[in-house]
Ligand binder design. Structure first.
Ligand code: PLP
Length: 469
């Protein structure tokens, strides 16, 4: 029986429903008894009842080197013995310096400094304030710049600033009156649903760039700090990559109007897309970039902001002070975990493995899943793939989000014989896109794991839709 799912953040039917849960935790739903994980190792998480679940989504696209890597445990323990906390009001640490150096160096000299925070939402808040302050520090200053142009059906975080930036309809809905009004939005880049007739990629990109140009003119180019986008849209649309040339074209419009180009790589960055930074695939260098999930791989809460030479040099010549700060920014334990995760990714050449295994996963999903009558589209990049479900393959009509199709599929996936976790989302609102699941396994998977993922998801989808007939 389908459960009612009005809000994509509150899965309707995952696990047991109980009206009077005894838990003291504010869970995502207070009416659900969530199963407890009692262990995790490699590609698997172990549940209290003994189920061993293949984590094909790395949680929310986080566990990039898998679970329980003792090298990261050791790095955390060693750091804890040295310095457990550092107030960044007074000090810095070797570990934070090293991590930021490594992040900056990964951009081939484009970025000059990094700012380490605790979550992707915080990174987006910091990016917004950094952009605003850039125009105040600039000579001559441009204080009228305080607006942002973002995109429909994007997701940039859950705090009020980052939520204001995002266009995730259901996650915004209840808080709409409280959100900042300094953000306007242009169309998403989503060829599956939005490309018109025989439009070529170039024509589609040109249409979107023209729309952005018109938005700058409509709101006044001299009021805009930045255009903000996820290169590959994650939670809101389900792994929708940019069309080749899109990022470059949007950056050119920003340059034309003297605005910054901000890329949110919280979900698609740090190798997930098959290159270390997704923007490398379009050679479109951002002025500010955010990072998150695969920075620390889930071993510690950590995210970051990279600021380009252009931005940092304005601050260096100006006050030198970014008026922003968190008690736990640059936390040494989180930095130690991220430094070790990034060392493993680099030394084990895992981004190359993402690219190789991603090619295989793409081919196997196209072979085994794409032809199902309720699969409208399979898209992605690297080890970041989305499967979108439709009621009717000829019209690509989505299911009503109230049915919670993706959540039900994810729920079924956790049962025998599938025992596989995928990340579900029930569209951003009826009609704008369909339910989808995200597949984002660890970077170190093998070809045999790819086969397990593709065949299990094929079986899961066939069985789920057969059970609804
Ligand atoms: N930006 C993007 C693209 C995301 O996918 C997310 C989270 O899913 C965020 C920002 C917010 O990150 P966090 O949940 O760590 O605050």
């Amino acid at each position: 029986m389908p459960f009612a799912c009005a809000d994509a953040r509150f899965p309707p039917g995952l696990f047991n429903m109980s009206s009077l849960s005894t838990s003291a935790v504010v869970h995502r739903s207070l009416k659900v008894d969530f199963p407890r994980i009692i262990g995790s190792k490699g590609n698997y998480v172990i549940l209290e009842d003994g189920r061993r679940i293949f984590d094909a989504s790395g949680g929310a696209a986080v566990a990039c080197i898998g679970h329980g890597d003792t090298r990261v445990h050791d790095a955390i323990a060693a750091q804890l013995k040295k310095i457990s906390y550092c107030s960044t009001i007074f000090y810095t640490t070797d570990v934070c310096e090293k991590l930021c150096r490594e992040l900056v160096d990964s951009t081939h000299g484009v970025m000059k400094r990094a700012y380490i925070v605790n979550s992707g939402s915080e990174a987006m808040e910091a990016a917004m304030k950094l952009a605003r302050q850039y125009y105040l520090e600039k000579v001559p200053p441009e204080p009228s710049r305080m607006r942002f142009i973002a995109r429909e059906h994007s997701y940039h975080g859950t705090t009020l600033g980052s939520l204001s930036m995002g266009g995730h309809v259901t996650r915004r809905a209840k808080f709409e009156p409280m959100l900042l009004d300094c953000v306007s939005r242009v169309s998403r880049c989503f060829p599956f649903r939005d490309k018109q007739g025989s439009e070529t990629d170039l024509q589609y990109v040109t249409r979107l760039a023209d729309e952005l140009d018109r938005e700058f003119q409509r709101i006044g180019a001299d009021t805009v700090c930045a255009f903000v986008a996820e290169p590959i849209v994650g939670a809101a649309l389900g792994c929708v990559p940019f069309v080749p040339g899109y990022l470059k074209a949007m950056k050119a419009v920003c340059d034309k109007h003297g605005a910054l180009f901000i890329l949110d790589e919280v979900m698609c960055g740090m190798g997930r897309s098959g290159t270390y930074h997704a923007w490398e695939q379009d050679d479109a260098v951002p002025d500010i970039q955010t990072l998150g999930k695969c920075l620390g791989g889930g071993y510690q809460p950590i995210a970051g902001v990279l600021a380009s030479k252009k931005v940092i040099e304005v601050f260096e010549k100006g006050t030198g002070v970014f008026v922003h700060g968190h008690t736990y920014q640059g936390h040494p334990i989180a930095c130690a975990a991220a430094l070790e995760v990034q060392r493993i990714i680099r030394e084990e050449n895992l981004v190359q493995n993402v690219s190789n295994m991603g090619g295989l996963l793409s081919a196997r999903l196209q072979d085994l899943v794409a032809s199902h009558p309720n699969v409208g589209n399979v898209r992605g990049s690297g080890l970041f793939w989305g499967v979108e479900f439709v009621m009717d393959k000829t019209t690509n009509k989505p299911f009503p989000s109230s049915l919670g199709v993706a959540f039900e599929i994810a729920e079924l996936g956790l049962t025998n014989p599938y025992s596989m976790a995928v990340y579900p989302s029930s569209g951003t609102a009826d009609g704008v896109n369909g339910d989808h699941i995200i597949i984002s396994p660890p970077y170190n998977i093998l070809a045999t794991d790819v086969e397990t993922i593709a065949t299990t998801i094929q079986r899961l989808i066939i069985d789920y839709f057969a059970s609804k007939k």
